[in-house]
Design a protein around this ligand. Sequence first.
Ligand code: NAP
Length: 245
Amino acid sequence: MRLQNKVAVITGAARGIGRGAAELFCREGATVIIWDVLDEGENTVQTLRDQGFRCEFNHVSTTDVPGIEAAARDVYDRYGRIDILVNNAGITRDKTLLKMSFDEWQQVIDVNLTGVFNCTKVVAPYMVEQRYGRIICTSSINGVHGAFGQTNYAAAKAGIIGMVRSWAKELGPKGITANVVAPGFIQTAMTDAMPDEVRNQAVATIPVRRIGKPEDIAFAYLFLASDEASFVNGHVLAVNGGQAL
Ligand code: NAP
């Protein structure tokens, strides 16, 4: 029960990695609030509630600042705190530079970079008020190393690292840590969309010879959200089976 009495907001947790994190955080004693644009979040929450966990779904887009402000105020008014923010929501609109439209660039920047700024900008003042907070942001192996067909995604995911390191310096003195998890190749709807051949080729480059599971990333989120990680700040934790070596 490493998150007992903690209140955690996880974005993009209707499915995939975020859902895995919501389940794990609930098992560790947290009250979990999911902010997602996908109505599947209702089913996710119902499944967790059926197991006796405290979990809520709020239809919030990380691009909608008034919506985030209302949702954060609601959490704070009812629970009196927001201990953990996991900025996990993300999208892909993959194209090579020569084929990528300005709109595809902007959509990914809006969700994957500005969305992370929006949620943190709104939630951080509550954390400052309570002199405690854990901010965890989801980057990607492709934000560190770049990737064919992902100019927009790699730029946003690299930008997250710069933002988080700035927050680590600004917010550290106020009792708040900010860290990044950079997943490798994880089995979710995002990667299920890839052709089998491409997926098999990718797995062959991973030293542990398997695709990651949402739980693999959820455990990294859990560590960074826990009190054991209170001296870890501004770190980029790669969770990729050694793929980048
Ligand atoms: P996923 O299965 O697609 O889940 C992401 C969730 O976020 C979806 O429910 C999605 O809804 C939601 N979402 C999208 N835009 C949103 C917004 N503006 N506001 C709120 N929710 C929004 O993705 P995943 O694979 O679990 O990925 C989770 C995070 O890990 C992402 O940041 C991703 O970039 C990162 N990541 C994933 C991998 C991987 O291999 N899977 C690798 C590296 C990093 P919609 O379905 O409607 O978009």
